[in-house]
Write a new protein. Structure first.
Length: 123
């Protein structure tokens, strides 16, 4: 299998696992893979009146210092925030609603997903 294809499969599997995790934790997943030319929102979810724009980071193995969530750096999070504001403007909800950016790290090993949820990473 080509590396690009394996990467896409890993990403889709991780996003599916993250969405299932959120639903199990009481979130309502509103959208997945919302795209604009300037960015993408992996998962948009809502819980207790707060919107969560979730960036999903995947990896196959967990190596100290190389965890997937560390790839969600300042530049990436700024892009997520800009895209989230665009979603808010087009959704009719406006920015007065409570919202935040979360990161979910999914480590896939032996067909099992190990999940770490980092809440309100820009707050």
């Amino acid at each position: 299998m080509k590396p690009e294809v394996a990467h896409l499969i890993l990403g889709r599997s991780a996003e599916q696992a993250a969405a299932k995790y959120l639903e199990n934790e009481g979130y309502r997943v509103l959208e997945r893979g919302w795209r604009r030319p300037w960015g993408e929102l992996d998962i948009i979810a809502e819980r207790k009146g707060t919107l969560h724009f979730v960036e999903v980071k995947a990896q196959r193995k967990n190596h100290a210092g190389f965890q997937a969530h560390l790839r969600a750096g300042h530049t990436k999070l700024e892009k997520v925030i800009r895209t989230a504001r665009s979603w808010l403007a087009t959704s009719g909800r406006g920015e007065e609603i409570s919202w935040q950016v979360d990161v979910i790290e999914v480590t896939m090993s032996d067909d099992q997903a190990h999940i770490r949820h980092f809440i309100n990473v820009t707050g």
